[in-house]
Design a protein around this ligand. Structure first.
Ligand code: BGC
Length: 352
């Protein structure tokens, strides 16, 4: 059975769950409802239809419930889906502010629109946490109550490149199919303009070439973080380049899974597949690592990011110094580390 079917089901289950949470939580934050001592956090997701983002939102929800029972502070999450539309997201931010939210968490659709959101939050005195999609530093520095929670794009690219380098150097007979000593690759890129697309692409290649391996790019294209778009690109490249492709580099796991879907379709034996790597360590990607289809991935700590957003929100709500609750860099940034995942350490990442 193609892994695609399985992932689509779990994706729609996740989406349904988030939608249910949104419906449950939205009414409790109306301006017309009596104020209580609940911490109200408005969370705008760039789109709910993204495997990594829906996992992060799910973690946030779960951690908020755990924190609520642990410290006795009521926490109300309002989660909205911006459907990849910045205008829609602006309206959601306005509504969160009008409804008296105490903190805003924004997964911005268009990174260049950040200054407007900072100004809106500042005008209402509501602290603002951007996450996952990083605005430029100038916008983050605009107000001292603006923060960014994320992970270093450079680091993830470098770790992915090192994974490839290690595999290539430890088993050249298997991966250098042409035997020419040059690594022939295709690159599946995330959304244009996203910091993770630009920097992962650059730093993955840099880590490989810094390790002394010559590379040749056969093709590159964006698949917008999306599994189906990636499968379509890969099908085309497999027709065009066939067995010339030795390595498939993907800016995230969903697109690596799309490449796996395309390869599965060809019926080619697994031992003849190119080396494939992703980033995120989503649940379906970990299954693909276990199955030997995905050589490895880089763990993007969505739970750690959700926990940092929550800790920061609680500190800001209580009027405490945020530096006491989270590791703050340059007064505005919280960085979570990435980790490499292969079959060797897979058990540390899979939930039983
Ligand atoms: C993740 C992608 C995700 C994107 C959304 C990246 O950090 O690796 O899987 O689609 O963020 O902004």
């Amino acid at each position: 059975m193609r892994p695609k079917t399985k992932s689509c089901c779990s994706q729609s289950l996740l989406n349904a769950l988030i939608l249910a949470l949104t419906l449950v939580f939205l009414p409790s934050c109306g301006a017309d409802t009596p104020q209580d001592d609940s911490l109200r956090i408005g969370v705008a997701l760039y789109t709910q239809d993204d495997t990594f983002i829906s996992a992060l939102a799910q973690s946030l929800e779960q951690l908020a419930q755990e924190e609520e029972s642990r410290i006795g502070q009521k926490i109300t999450l309002l989660i909205s889906d911006s459907r990849s539309n910045q205008t829609t997201q602006m309206g959601q931010v306005d509504r969160f502010l009008a409804r008296g939210c105490d903190v805003l968490c924004v997964n911005i659709v268009d990174r260049t629109a950040a200054a407007v959101i900072v100004d809106k939050a500042e005008a209402e005195g509501v602290p603002l946490i951007f996450f996952n999609r990083q605005p430029v530093d100038e916008d983050i520095q605009r107000w001292n109550q603006t923060f960014y929670v994320g992970a270093s794009a450079q680091e993830s690219g470098a770790l992915q490149g090192q994974l490839v380098l290690d595999a290539w150097q430890s088993d050249p007979v298997r991966w250098d199919r042409s035997g020419d000593g040059v690594l022939q690759y295709v690159m599946l890129e995330g959304e244009p303009g996203h910091q993770d697309s630009l920097l992962r692409t650059e730093y993955t290649i840099q880590a490989i070439t810094d390790g002394g391996v010559e590379v040749e790019r056969l093709a590159r294209d964006t698949a917008n973080w999306n599994r189906a778009q990636s499968a379509a690109r890969m099908t085309h490249w497999l027709e065009e380049f066939g067995e010339q492709i030795e390595v498939i580099l993907s800016n995230n796991d969903d697109m690596a899974l799309g490449a796996i879907d395309a390869l599965s379709e060809t019926g080619r034996a697994l031992e003849d597949w190119p080396l494939i790597v992703g980033i995120d360590a989503t649940a379906p990607a970990l299954e693909a690592v276990a199955a030997g289809q995905l050589y490895g991935t880089v763990h993007n700590d969505e739970r750690g990011q959700a926990q940092a957003m929550l800790n920061l929100s609680l500190a800001l709500y209580a009027g405490e110094d945020p530096g006491g609750a989270v590791d703050l860099e340059d007064d505005h940034y919280i960085w979570l580390p990435y980790r490499q995942v292969t079959q060797d350490n897979l058990s540390a990442f899979r939930t039983p």
